[in-house]
Design a protein around this ligand. Structure first.
Ligand code: NAD
Length: 360
């Protein structure tokens, strides 16, 4: 099979971590007999420097012509003062919209070998394995009107949370379908005691759930969910929520299972999927070769599973990551208790070796 992929390394640690994910994909392609066809393009700050546009037409066209897109991260302090339409993050939001990827999947799994990296007690975090399904193309991040108006000292800022029924229904269906291959529990998170958008969200998810009688639907308010995630994270299977609540809760869930550098994501729903680690460009460690590449490597596994439907290939990467962690290998963010820290490149090599070994 030809695996045609656009790689958008982006800014900061983006190029360092995507390089390792590409090496892993090359090994998987070699072992399983696929042809990996890569095109590299600029996005975010890198694209602002090269083309004065955080999402140049050429980059977007390449993404739309690919089977999938693998992205590192965008942004950095040198762009903080740029006007909104010239911010690296604006390029990423536009890319998600242009690709039509309305469902963002963020697994938060506590690897047994990394229990000690969680800020929670091992007996609380143990066994946590949840999938957060976040609506990605609507809600308060996209709603109009939005503005800041008025005289200095008395300005008014407005953002609008807005949802249409079909926007809720389509992401709910993704969550229920995914739950069928897991523990068959969907927890839908809203703020239906206060917000109209949430009342509609609850009504639509309840209606959709009738088409999935084999999946149990629970509802939770976002404030009590924030508490439950810390108190009993292992209770959750699929967590379905709107854009902003999902943004916040998925970072919280990520923090609970160890390092941000471990967390992968997939954005699906349109013709081309987008795969990226959930962390940002990590300017504080960029260029030092110490970033954890596993979140990006696990995103590449999600890409093989969701865009190319290559289950065994995806599993080979996930199994290799588990094996490398079980063997005690750690990047600096994970190295506790005086353990030796591997560089980004060394960690990538360990995963490549584990894939090679299991194929042999
Ligand atoms: P960040 O995720 O970049 O970093 C937060 C902390 O986590 C830092 O201490 C960093 O060193 C650490 N970290 C992140 N990734 C790591 C990795 N792979 N290995 C080890 N440690 C890692 O978040 P931030 O500092 O809030 O944002 C920095 C920039 O990234 C900002 O410009 C922000 O807008 C952007 N950002 C981009 C994305 C994206 O591209 N999807 C997401 C979040 C933030």
């Amino acid at each position: 099979m030809v695996l045609s992929t656009t790689v958008l390394a982006g800014d900061g640690v983006g190029p360092e971590v995507t390089d390792e994910a590409v090496r892993v994909l090359q090994k998987v392609a070699e072992v399983f007999g696929h042809e990996l066809k890569l095109v590299r393009k600029d996005v975010g700050g890198a694209a602002l420097r090269s083309a004065k546009d955080p999402l140049p037409t050429d980059t977007l066209q390449s993404c739309l012509n690919s089977g999938a897109v693998l992205l590192g991260a965008v942004g950095g302090p040198s762009f903080d003062e740029f006007p909104p339409h010239l911010r690296p993050e604006t390029g990423l939001l536009r890319l998600r919209r242009e690709l039509g990827v309305f469902a963002n999947l963020r697994p938060a799994i506590c690897f047994p070998a990394l229990e000690e990296c969680s800020p929670l007690k091992p007996e609380i975090i143990r066994g946590s394995d949840m999938l957060i399904v976040r609506e990605l193309l609507a809600g308060i991040y996209f709603g109009e009107p939005r503005s800041t108006q008025g005289p200095a000292g008395d300005r008014v800022a407005i953002d609008t949370m807005r949802y249409r029924e079909p926007e809720i229904e389509r992401v709910a269906r993704v969550a229920f379908e995914l739950a069928r291959n897991r523990r068959r529990i969907v927890t839908s998170v809203d703020k239906a005691n206060v917000l109209d958008c949430s009342r509609l969200w609850r009504e639509v998810t309840t209606r959709v759930s009738r088409d999935y009688p084999d999946v149990k639907l629970n509802h939770a308010y976002v404030d009590s969910m924030a508490m439950a995630l810390v108190a009993k994270p292992a209770d959750f299977d699929v967590v379905l929520t709107e854009n902003m609540f999902g943004d916040i809760l998925s970072d919280q869930a990520g923090g609970l299972v160890g390092s941000l550098g471990m967390l992968a994501s997939a954005s699906i729903g349109g013709p081309v999927g987008l795969y990226e680690p959930i962390h940002g460009s990590a300017p504080d460690i960029a260029g030092q070769g110490i970033a954890n590449p596993l979140g990006t490597i696990l995103s590449a596994a999600m890409m093989l599973r969701h865009s190319f439907k290559l289950k065994n290939e995806a599993h080979s990467i996930e199994a290799a990551v588990t094996e490398v962690l079980n063997a005690g290998h750690r990047t600096r963010d994970l190295a506790k208790g005086g353990k030796k820290a591997l560089s980004t490149r060394e960690m990538g090599s360990k995963v490549v070796e584990a894939i090679k070994k299991s194929a042999a």
